[in-house]
Design a protein around this ligand. Structure first.
Ligand SMILES: Cc1ncc(COP(=O)(O)O)c(C=O)c1O
Length: 375
């Protein structure tokens, strides 16, 4: 043993080299300088909040805080199985779908393995791959849309996971059910396809499917969902997945035994059972997303079609109509959007679809911004 104070002890504990490659996740901001009240449109939350039944269930949970939660989340599991018509035994849970993404990387990757995601895919795919010692592989998109051919060409013997958000965050685009199935069938058997359905409940297109039925038919597909978006429970951290038995088994070996709190389980169960509320939220989102898209397009702002609960307007990179100046202008009006440099989209802002009054405020502010910039 070396004497205390020797050079070996000066360096101190060192994290893994692959952990040091991670740039920590940047959450959507919730404050704007000088603004007391803000309209937060930076994290794709539900502006209508959760179902009243979920709030009531959360309050009921206050009586049970001294006891550990059901580590199997049996009641919530049964509710999801019933509403989605899937097998309860193949459901997994995470503290948000973030935890599921992270634990899948931990359970399936060894150092040097590869994890594929699309170039403008959700940033937790890269972070989770690096944390597991794996190599993230960013595959190009076509017109901001997942390119299945490019993904299949990027697969190697070391590929373990492919993450696709469908519809995707932050692009808002989607690939149809037949294309998803083509991807799943085109992958070699050692590759697990993760279909991230964080925004699936917003989809109202006939050719779309979140992939739950595919899990029943193919051995290498998992679908994830979250209670943070349309269910309005982001604060409670509940995500779930539907997976083949081999994935369920591996996942349950690495997860914490009590990773969903009692209030989270009770509120989530009430939320998923309130299917009428979910439908109403999807319709509200579609109406105001389309309205905002039309308003901004009329103001000569390019808005690629989005199928989720946000839009991705494109500004210039420099000068008076840049994304940075649009963001600063919105902030001066108390509106917080999300800058997209970190996603390789420096010309764009991502703006969540808020309440009707939020959308009206965004349209008015951006009309004013564009008008002022062109004078
Ligand atoms: C595509 C996608 N997947 C997963 C998540 C994680 O959501 P949560 O951990 O709140 O379930 C998000 C959150 O923004 C997302 O956009």
């Amino acid at each position: 043993m070396r004497a205390a104070g020797s050079s070996a002890s000066v360096a101190g504990p060192q994290p893994n080299q692959h952990v040091l490659r991670i740039s920590p996740y940047t959450p959507g901001e919730s404050k704007a300088d000088g603004q007391e009240r803000v309209i937060k449109l930076s994290s794709n939350e539900n502006p209508l909040g959760p179902s009243a039944r979920a709030i009531e269930a959360y309050r009921r949970a206050a009586d049970q805080m001294a006891i550990y939660p059901d580590g199997n989340a049996s009641s919530l599991r049964g509710a999801i199985a019933h509403v989605k018509e899937i097998s309860p035994d193949q459901i997994i849970f995470g503290a948000g779908s973030d935890e599921i993404i992270s634990l899948l990387c931990m359970a399936f990757c060894e150092p040097g393995d590869e994890v594929i995601h699309t170039v403008h895919g959700f940033s937790m795919y890269r972070i989770s791959a690096l944390a597991a010692g794996a190599e993230p592989v960013a595959v190009p998109e076509t017109d901001l849309t997942t390119d299945v051919g490019a993904i299949l060409r990027a697969v190697t013997d070391r590929t373990k996971l492919v993450f696709i958000a469908n519809p995707n965050n932050p692009t808002g685009t989607y690939i149809d059910a037949a294309t998803v199935e083509g991807l799943a069938r085109g992958l070699p058997p050692h590759v697990l396809l993760v279909l991230d359905g964080a925004y699936a409940e917003y989809m109202r297109m006939d050719d779309y499917d979140d992939g739950l039925r595919l899990v029943d038919r193919l051995p290498n597909v998992i679908v994830t969902h979250t209670f943070s978006k349309i269910h309005g429970l982001a604060a409670l951290r509940v995500g779930w997945g539907y997976a083949p038995p081999v994935v369920v088994d591996a996942y349950n070996r690495v997860r914490g035994p009590f990773n969903l709190s009692i209030p989270a389980q009770m509120a989530a169960e009430a939320a998923i059972r309130d299917t009428a509320y979910v439908r109403a939220c999807a319709i509200q989102n579609e109406v105001w997303r389309d309205w905002l898209t039309k308003e901004l397009s009329a103001a000569q702002i390019e808005v690629p079609p989005s199928f989720a609960n946000f839009i991705l307007p494109r500004f210039g990179q420099n000068g008076s109509v840049s994304a940075a100046s649009a963001d600063a202008f919105l902030r001066s009006r108390g509106i917080i959007a999300r800058r997209m440099e970190g996603y390789g989209l420096p010309d764009h802002l991502r703006i969540s679809i808020g309440s009707s009054s939020d959308c009206i405020a965004v349209a008015a502010a951006l009309r004013e911004f564009v008008g002022g910039a062109r004078e």
